[in-house]
Design a protein around this ligand. Structure first.
Ligand SMILES: [Zn+2]
Length: 243
């Protein structure tokens, strides 16, 4: 079997970044990565000896199969109840290599009030704008996604989008690697925070459609996305080093 220690450490890093940015509540939330070429998943465990996202190390990352059964990992670490969010996205989307599920308060507020996250900024963060304009799905139920049937239903609702808003619950993001799925979750949270703060200050006005078309078109076609993704990821990893 391939050496998975680097991938396991990346999943742990993603957890610590999301925890550091307060993108979840207490120990809830999990990040996973597909084991390349296998029907297996590395996932942040729950259970009596789990660590909260903020404090996750590679030890907290267990291995599960596509039925959500634990196949490797320390005693005291269990499969998250909502493993089916992850397994169903891997089963139905071959492009997906990483899945993030967290409960960011500000985004959840938007799902509670049924308010759309509006495109309020452009050059401030073009790929964040693109996410808001064409990257969001909605899962209207507020239930814990804790069995195969709900996993299938959830994956259907998310479709081929990079992120899904889960009503009264949280968010799920998915991407071609750990960096990408993590940054999508962060950008979605940023957009919700800006929408929320702007509405406290006054009446937020979406930017002109003409600018949306230009910026979204550019960020869709360019390779600059991956260049920025690399430096953004390094930035957040550095934040972790500061302690
Ligand atoms: Zn959840």
């Amino acid at each position: 079997m391939a050496d998975l220690s680097k991938l396991r450490e990346q999943v742990a890093q993603s957890c610590r970044i999301l925890g550091k940015l307060n993108l979840t509540k207490e120990p809830s939330g999990h990040v996973s990565a597909r084991v390349p070429g296998e029907d297996r998943v590395l996932i942040k465990a729950r259970g009596p000896e789990e660590s909260g996202l903020r404090f996750v190390s590679a030890r907290d990352i267990i291995t599960v199969d596509f039925n959500g059964k634990k196949v490797a990992g320390d005693d005291g670490l269990d499969v998250p109840q909502e493993v089916f969010i992850h397994t169903w996205l891997y089963k139905t989307r071959p492009d997906v290599q990483c899945v993030v599920h967290v409960h960011p308060l500000t985004v959840v507020l938007f799902t509670i009030c049924n308010k759309p996250i509006q495109p309020l900024y452009g050059a401030y963060d073009p790929s964040g704008l693109r996410l808001i304009v064409e990257g969001l799905a909605t899962y209207p139920r507020s239930i814990t996604v804790s069995n195969e049937k709900l996993g299938e239903e959830f994956a259907k609702a998310m479709g081929d989008k990079p992120a899904c808003l889960m009503r009264g619950h949280g968010i799920t993001s998915a991407g071609p690697n750990v960096e990408d799925a993590t940054l999508t979750a962060i950008k979605l949270n940023d957009a919700a925070v800006i929408n929320y703060q702007a509405s406290l200050l006054g009446t937020p006005e979406p930017i002109p459609q003409e600018d949306i078309d230009i910026l979204v078109g550019k960020s869709r076609g360019s390779s600059s996305k991956s260049v920025h993704a690399g430096s953004n990821w390094r930035y957040y990893c550095k934040l972790l080093d500061e302690e």
